[in-house]
Design a protein around this ligand. Structure first.
Ligand code: PEP
Length: 244
Protein backbone atom coordinates (compact mmCIF):
# COMPACT_ATOMS: atom_id res chain seq x y z
CA UNK A 1 0.00 0.00 0.00
CA UNK A 2 1.14 3.47 -0.83
CA UNK A 3 4.21 2.20 -2.63
CA UNK A 4 2.95 0.41 -5.74
CA UNK A 5 1.72 1.94 -8.95
CA UNK A 6 -0.76 4.76 -8.50
CA UNK A 7 -4.14 3.67 -9.89
CA UNK A 8 -5.84 6.63 -11.56
CA UNK A 9 -9.37 6.34 -12.92
CA UNK A 10 -11.10 9.10 -14.86
CA UNK A 11 -14.89 9.07 -14.60
CA UNK A 12 -16.31 11.21 -17.39
CA UNK A 13 -19.86 10.73 -16.07
CA UNK A 14 -22.50 11.82 -18.64
CA UNK A 15 -20.11 14.21 -20.36
CA UNK A 16 -18.82 13.43 -23.82
CA UNK A 17 -18.95 14.09 -27.52
CA UNK A 18 -16.53 12.85 -30.14
CA UNK A 19 -15.00 16.30 -30.11
CA UNK A 20 -14.57 16.35 -26.33
CA UNK A 21 -13.19 12.81 -26.37
CA UNK A 22 -10.56 13.91 -28.92
CA UNK A 23 -9.51 16.70 -26.58
CA UNK A 24 -8.95 14.37 -23.64
CA UNK A 25 -7.25 11.77 -25.82
CA UNK A 26 -5.07 14.60 -27.13
CA UNK A 27 -3.67 15.59 -23.76
CA UNK A 28 -3.26 11.97 -22.68
CA UNK A 29 -1.20 11.34 -25.81
CA UNK A 30 0.90 14.47 -25.64
CA UNK A 31 1.46 14.53 -21.87
CA UNK A 32 4.25 12.50 -20.39
CA UNK A 33 2.44 9.83 -18.35
CA UNK A 34 4.28 8.30 -15.41
CA UNK A 35 5.22 4.63 -15.76
CA UNK A 36 4.33 4.45 -12.10
CA UNK A 37 0.61 4.82 -12.80
CA UNK A 38 -2.12 2.46 -13.97
CA UNK A 39 -4.59 4.58 -15.92
CA UNK A 40 -8.22 3.81 -16.73
CA UNK A 41 -10.68 6.22 -18.32
CA UNK A 42 -14.43 5.81 -18.25
CA UNK A 43 -16.41 7.44 -21.05
CA UNK A 44 -20.18 7.02 -21.42
CA UNK A 45 -21.08 3.64 -22.96
CA UNK A 46 -21.73 4.85 -26.55
CA UNK A 47 -18.11 6.09 -26.71
CA UNK A 48 -16.29 3.10 -25.20
CA UNK A 49 -15.14 1.69 -28.51
CA UNK A 50 -14.40 5.08 -30.05
CA UNK A 51 -12.17 6.08 -27.13
CA UNK A 52 -10.53 2.66 -26.86
CA UNK A 53 -9.53 2.78 -30.52
CA UNK A 54 -7.82 6.14 -30.12
CA UNK A 55 -6.02 5.88 -26.77
CA UNK A 56 -2.51 4.55 -26.14
CA UNK A 57 -2.70 0.82 -25.44
CA UNK A 58 -1.51 1.27 -21.85
CA UNK A 59 -4.62 3.25 -20.91
CA UNK A 60 -7.49 0.99 -19.84
CA UNK A 61 -11.17 1.64 -20.47
CA UNK A 62 -14.05 1.27 -18.01
CA UNK A 63 -17.81 1.36 -18.43
CA UNK A 64 -19.62 3.45 -15.82
CA UNK A 65 -22.21 0.84 -14.98
CA UNK A 66 -23.61 -2.51 -16.13
CA UNK A 67 -26.49 -4.84 -15.39
CA UNK A 68 -26.35 -8.12 -13.47
CA UNK A 69 -27.45 -10.32 -16.40
CA UNK A 70 -25.71 -11.38 -19.59
CA UNK A 71 -28.54 -10.50 -21.98
CA UNK A 72 -32.29 -10.40 -22.37
CA UNK A 73 -35.34 -8.23 -21.86
CA UNK A 74 -33.75 -5.40 -19.86
CA UNK A 75 -34.35 -2.37 -22.06
CA UNK A 76 -31.78 0.35 -21.65
CA UNK A 77 -29.23 -1.78 -19.78
CA UNK A 78 -25.80 -2.99 -20.89
CA UNK A 79 -24.08 -6.22 -19.87
CA UNK A 80 -20.50 -7.04 -18.91
CA UNK A 81 -20.34 -9.30 -21.98
CA UNK A 82 -21.09 -6.30 -24.21
CA UNK A 83 -18.55 -4.13 -22.42
CA UNK A 84 -15.89 -6.79 -22.99
CA UNK A 85 -16.99 -7.29 -26.57
CA UNK A 86 -16.26 -3.65 -27.43
CA UNK A 87 -12.80 -3.85 -25.88
CA UNK A 88 -13.21 -2.46 -22.38
CA UNK A 89 -11.90 -4.45 -19.42
CA UNK A 90 -13.23 -2.52 -16.43
CA UNK A 91 -16.57 -1.39 -15.03
CA UNK A 92 -17.31 1.14 -12.28
CA UNK A 93 -20.02 -0.15 -9.92
CA UNK A 94 -21.77 1.37 -6.92
CA UNK A 95 -20.97 4.98 -7.78
CA UNK A 96 -22.78 7.33 -5.39
CA UNK A 97 -24.70 8.86 -8.30
CA UNK A 98 -26.01 5.39 -9.19
CA UNK A 99 -26.93 4.83 -5.55
CA UNK A 100 -28.57 8.22 -4.98
CA UNK A 101 -30.19 9.11 -8.33
CA UNK A 102 -31.00 5.61 -9.60
CA UNK A 103 -31.74 4.02 -6.22
CA UNK A 104 -29.21 1.21 -6.52
CA UNK A 105 -28.94 -0.56 -3.18
CA UNK A 106 -26.19 -2.68 -1.65
CA UNK A 107 -27.87 -5.93 -2.71
CA UNK A 108 -28.10 -4.95 -6.39
CA UNK A 109 -24.55 -3.59 -6.41
CA UNK A 110 -23.34 -6.86 -4.89
CA UNK A 111 -25.11 -8.85 -7.62
CA UNK A 112 -23.60 -6.61 -10.30
CA UNK A 113 -20.10 -7.04 -8.86
CA UNK A 114 -20.52 -10.81 -8.81
CA UNK A 115 -21.78 -11.01 -12.38
CA UNK A 116 -19.22 -8.54 -13.79
CA UNK A 117 -16.34 -10.52 -12.26
CA UNK A 118 -17.73 -13.84 -13.46
CA UNK A 119 -18.02 -12.38 -16.98
CA UNK A 120 -14.33 -11.47 -16.86
CA UNK A 121 -14.45 -7.74 -16.19
CA UNK A 122 -12.39 -5.97 -13.54
CA UNK A 123 -14.35 -3.81 -11.13
CA UNK A 124 -13.88 -0.38 -9.58
CA UNK A 125 -16.29 -0.68 -6.63
CA UNK A 126 -17.37 2.58 -5.02
CA UNK A 127 -18.41 3.20 -1.43
CA UNK A 128 -18.70 6.28 0.76
CA UNK A 129 -20.75 8.11 3.37
CA UNK A 130 -22.94 11.19 2.99
CA UNK A 131 -22.29 14.39 4.93
CA UNK A 132 -25.21 13.61 7.21
CA UNK A 133 -23.79 10.17 7.95
CA UNK A 134 -20.33 11.59 8.65
CA UNK A 135 -21.73 14.20 11.00
CA UNK A 136 -23.69 11.51 12.83
CA UNK A 137 -20.40 9.59 13.28
CA UNK A 138 -21.65 6.81 11.02
CA UNK A 139 -18.84 6.82 8.47
CA UNK A 140 -17.40 3.49 9.60
CA UNK A 141 -20.77 1.80 9.93
CA UNK A 142 -21.78 2.90 6.42
CA UNK A 143 -18.57 2.08 4.55
CA UNK A 144 -18.21 -1.26 6.34
CA UNK A 145 -21.81 -2.19 5.42
CA UNK A 146 -21.26 -1.21 1.78
CA UNK A 147 -17.91 -3.02 1.72
CA UNK A 148 -19.40 -6.21 3.18
CA UNK A 149 -22.14 -6.28 0.51
CA UNK A 150 -19.49 -5.96 -2.18
CA UNK A 151 -16.87 -8.21 -0.58
CA UNK A 152 -19.33 -11.08 -0.17
CA UNK A 153 -19.59 -11.11 -3.96
CA UNK A 154 -15.92 -10.91 -4.88
CA UNK A 155 -14.45 -14.09 -6.32
CA UNK A 156 -11.04 -12.65 -7.25
CA UNK A 157 -9.75 -9.68 -5.23
CA UNK A 158 -6.92 -9.02 -7.70
CA UNK A 159 -9.58 -7.92 -10.18
CA UNK A 160 -11.08 -5.33 -7.86
CA UNK A 161 -10.15 -1.79 -6.85
CA UNK A 162 -12.18 -0.21 -4.04
CA UNK A 163 -12.88 3.50 -4.42
CA UNK A 164 -13.58 5.32 -1.17
CA UNK A 165 -15.59 8.34 -2.25
CA UNK A 166 -17.17 10.39 0.52
CA UNK A 167 -20.37 11.65 -1.08
CA UNK A 168 -19.87 15.13 0.38
CA UNK A 169 -16.64 15.45 -1.57
CA UNK A 170 -17.93 14.34 -4.98
CA UNK A 171 -18.31 17.19 -7.43
CA UNK A 172 -18.44 19.70 -4.58
CA UNK A 173 -14.91 21.06 -4.63
CA UNK A 174 -14.70 19.90 -1.00
CA UNK A 175 -11.85 17.42 -0.84
CA UNK A 176 -11.28 15.13 2.12
CA UNK A 177 -8.03 16.11 3.81
CA UNK A 178 -5.20 13.64 3.27
CA UNK A 179 -5.64 12.65 6.94
CA UNK A 180 -9.38 12.05 6.55
CA UNK A 181 -8.80 9.87 3.50
CA UNK A 182 -5.93 7.98 5.14
CA UNK A 183 -8.01 7.36 8.28
CA UNK A 184 -10.87 5.69 6.41
CA UNK A 185 -8.52 3.78 4.09
CA UNK A 186 -6.69 2.24 7.06
CA UNK A 187 -9.96 1.19 8.68
CA UNK A 188 -11.24 -0.28 5.43
CA UNK A 189 -8.04 -2.19 4.88
CA UNK A 190 -8.29 -3.69 8.37
CA UNK A 191 -11.97 -4.51 7.83
CA UNK A 192 -11.21 -6.32 4.56
CA UNK A 193 -8.32 -8.17 6.16
CA UNK A 194 -10.39 -9.41 9.08
CA UNK A 195 -13.56 -10.22 7.11
CA UNK A 196 -12.08 -11.58 3.89
CA UNK A 197 -8.37 -12.17 4.63
CA UNK A 198 -7.51 -10.16 1.52
CA UNK A 199 -5.51 -7.14 0.44
CA UNK A 200 -7.03 -4.82 -2.10
CA UNK A 201 -6.12 -1.51 -3.67
CA UNK A 202 -8.09 1.36 -2.11
CA UNK A 203 -8.29 4.58 -4.09
CA UNK A 204 -9.76 7.93 -3.05
CA UNK A 205 -12.36 9.94 -4.95
CA UNK A 206 -13.88 13.35 -4.30
CA UNK A 207 -12.73 16.60 -5.88
CA UNK A 208 -9.21 15.40 -6.63
CA UNK A 209 -7.33 18.04 -8.64
CA UNK A 210 -3.90 18.64 -10.07
CA UNK A 211 -3.24 20.75 -6.99
CA UNK A 212 -4.22 18.38 -4.17
CA UNK A 213 -3.27 15.04 -5.77
CA UNK A 214 0.38 14.95 -4.63
CA UNK A 215 -0.39 15.32 -0.94
CA UNK A 216 -3.22 12.78 -1.09
CA UNK A 217 -0.99 10.36 -3.01
CA UNK A 218 1.66 10.62 -0.32
CA UNK A 219 -0.64 8.95 2.20
CA UNK A 220 0.41 5.42 3.01
CA UNK A 221 -2.94 3.76 2.34
CA UNK A 222 -4.06 5.82 -0.66
CA UNK A 223 -3.37 3.62 -3.69
CA UNK A 224 -4.71 6.04 -6.27
CA UNK A 225 -7.71 8.09 -7.29
CA UNK A 226 -11.06 8.05 -8.99
CA UNK A 227 -11.37 11.45 -10.61
CA UNK A 228 -14.56 13.03 -11.95
CA UNK A 229 -14.49 16.64 -13.09
CA UNK A 230 -10.72 16.99 -13.38
CA UNK A 231 -10.43 13.88 -15.57
CA UNK A 232 -11.73 15.89 -18.54
CA UNK A 233 -9.11 18.58 -18.08
CA UNK A 234 -5.43 18.90 -18.81
CA UNK A 235 -4.72 18.65 -15.06
CA UNK A 236 -5.63 14.94 -15.26
CA UNK A 237 -2.04 14.44 -16.46
CA UNK A 238 -0.74 16.06 -13.25
CA UNK A 239 -2.95 13.72 -11.20
CA UNK A 240 -1.60 10.70 -13.10
CA UNK A 241 1.91 11.93 -12.32
CA UNK A 242 1.21 12.69 -8.66
CA UNK A 243 3.50 9.91 -7.43
CA UNK A 244 6.50 9.81 -9.74
C1 PEP B 1 -16.44 10.79 -9.16
O1 PEP B 1 -17.28 10.99 -10.02
O2 PEP B 1 -16.16 9.63 -8.87
C2 PEP B 1 -15.76 11.93 -8.53
C3 PEP B 1 -14.92 11.71 -7.55
O3 PEP B 1 -16.06 13.20 -9.00
P1 PEP B 1 -15.25 14.58 -8.70
O4 PEP B 1 -13.78 14.27 -8.87
O5 PEP B 1 -15.75 15.54 -9.73
O6 PEP B 1 -15.56 14.99 -7.29
Amino acid sequence: PGTGKLFVGGNWKMNCSKKQAEEVIGFLKSGKLSDNAEIVVSPPAPYLEYVKARLPANVGIAAQNCYKEEKGAFTGEISPAMIKDVGAEWVILGHSERRAIFHEDDALIGQKVKHALSAGLKVIACIGETLQEREANKTEEVVFRQMKAIGDNISDWDKVVVAYEPVWAIGTGKTATPEQAQEVHVKLRAFIKSNFQKDVRIIYGGSVTGKNAKELASQRDVDGFLVGGASLKQEFVDIINARQ
